[in-house]
Ligand binder design. Structure first.
Ligand SMILES: NC(=O)c1ccc[n+]([C@@H]2O[C@H](COP(=O)([O-])OP(=O)(O)OC[C@H]3O[C@@H](n4cnc5c(N)ncnc54)[C@H](OP(=O)(O)O)[C@@H]3O)[C@@H](O)[C@H]2O)c1
Length: 355
């Protein structure tokens, strides 16, 4: 069953301007695969970094970006030997994709699929797996967050950030939220009821003082966990405010990003040269740890994906906040908006009907 589909393809990484919308053939789903007629694509900051050539896991040469979609099962390949199919044609599903998600249709190993939760829209489904799994793994898998933890969350109004706040609220932990712009402070107060005293605006001058004030408001003398994907000069003041036994969980470096289709090499060089450095001996003496991860490795261990989904489901998170919706045809515009750093929650691409 050969059919055609529309994808956003880039001939090689290096510039957003190389992304092209093209029609191409799609073969039948293989053994253990499902064909998904995609209705919504979740955008991730990593898509932007992949197109610009700043993401280590990016495929060489031509690729279709995209790490997650939601849609309906349109066809099933033969089941894998010794197992039946857990899905039927027509089922609404969410899928992780190791690249390839910016597509109107795709074939995916069924182990990357999970049913769309009842009552969720396709856009909410596409907004869910990557950022929720990232927050889950970083905070619970590495950070060991607990009911009494005090946690600093960088980019708290972003996709991963809102999931982090939701998980911490579920645990009953105390979060201090850091954001880069005033409208996000207002969003967190208005939509989530985060008290202003626990929201830090990341400004160059008063950052360290603001962290101290927020710690005071949280009735704590240090952070048990810092959850950060910004890095830059924001790293050190937060690391220094880790409580003994505190864990700094680092999972990105958005501070390296500048506006424009291509990366700014002088900016990257200056960030690289001034990147924070730690002395492991003082980490022992001060009893503070740095942990770092890239969740893309989970995609390669597909047998671990179903249990990761199950762990996440056990948290019973509400449907994610979709802050921006764009037609599929406007993927580049949507990525440019994400690149501004001003978006709140998740950005998604919507596909009305698959061909
Ligand atoms: N390691 C992993 O496995 C993994 C998985 C998923 C995501 N990530 C990383 O986690 C972060 C959040 O991802 P996301 O997809 O949920 O994106 P997002 O939070 O919706 O957007 C990224 C945020 O980064 C902040 N930022 C800081 N400096 C920036 C700059 N120079 N340019 C643009 N934005 C800047 C902005 O928020 P504020 O200004 O409010 O801080 C922006 O909204 C990203 O850095 C991403 O690469 C890592």
């Amino acid at each position: 069953m050969q059919s055609s589909r529309i994808v956003w393809r880039i001939d090689r990484s290096g510039s957003l301007a190389r992304l092209q919308r093209v029609e191409e053939p799609l073969g039948p789903p293989g053994e253990g695969e499902a064909r998904i007629a995609v209705r919504a694509v979740g955008l991730n900051f990593a898509d932007l970094l992949a197109c610009q050539g700043l993401y280590s896991a990016t495929p060489r040469g031509s690729f279709v970006p995209g790490l997650e979609v939601a849609g309906r099962v349109a066809a099933l390949g033969p089941p894998r030997a010794g197992s039946g199919h857990a899905f039927a044609v027509g089922d609404p599903v969410i899928a992780l994709t190791r690249f390839g998600g910016y597509a109107s249709a795709l074939n995916a190993d069924v182990r990357y699929l999970q049913p769309l939760p009842t009552g969720w829209s396709f856009e909410q489904g596409a907004a869910y797996p990557v950022q929720a799994l990232t927050a889950w793994y970083g905070l619970l898998g590495l950070g060991n967050a607990r009911r009494d933890s005090v946690v600093l969350v960088q980019s708290a109004a972003g996709g991963v950030g809102l999931n982090a706040l939701a998980i911490l609220s579920r645990l009953g932990a105390r979060a201090v939220a850091v954001v880069g712009s005033e409208h996000k402070v207002a969003f967190l107060e208005r939509e989530l009821g985060v008290p202003r005293s626990r929201v830090v605006l990341r400004d160059r001058k008063g950052y360290a003082r603001s962290l101290d004030q927020a710690l005071k408001a949280a009735d704590a003398s240090g952070f048990d966990i810092v959850f950060d994907a910004v890095l830059g000069s924001w790293f050190k003041p937060a690391f220094e405010r880790l409580a003994p036994e505190g864990r700094y969980v680092l999972y990105g470096a958005a501070d390296f990003v500048t506006p424009g289709a291509r990366p700014s090499w002088p900016h990257l060089l200056s960030r690289w040269l001034t990147r924070p450095r730690l002395d492991p001996l003082s980490m022992i003496a001060e009893n503070r740890a740095l942990l770092a991860f890239n969740l893309i490795w989970l995609w390669q261990s597909v047998e671990r994906v179903p249990s990761a989904y199950a762990n996440l489901a056990a948290l019973e998170l509400k449907a994610p906040h979709v802050g921006a919706r764009h037609p599929f045809a406007e993927a580049v515009k949507a990525l440019e908006e994400l690149q501004t750093g001003r978006t709140v929650g998740k950005s998604v691409l919507l596909i009305d009907e698959s061909p």
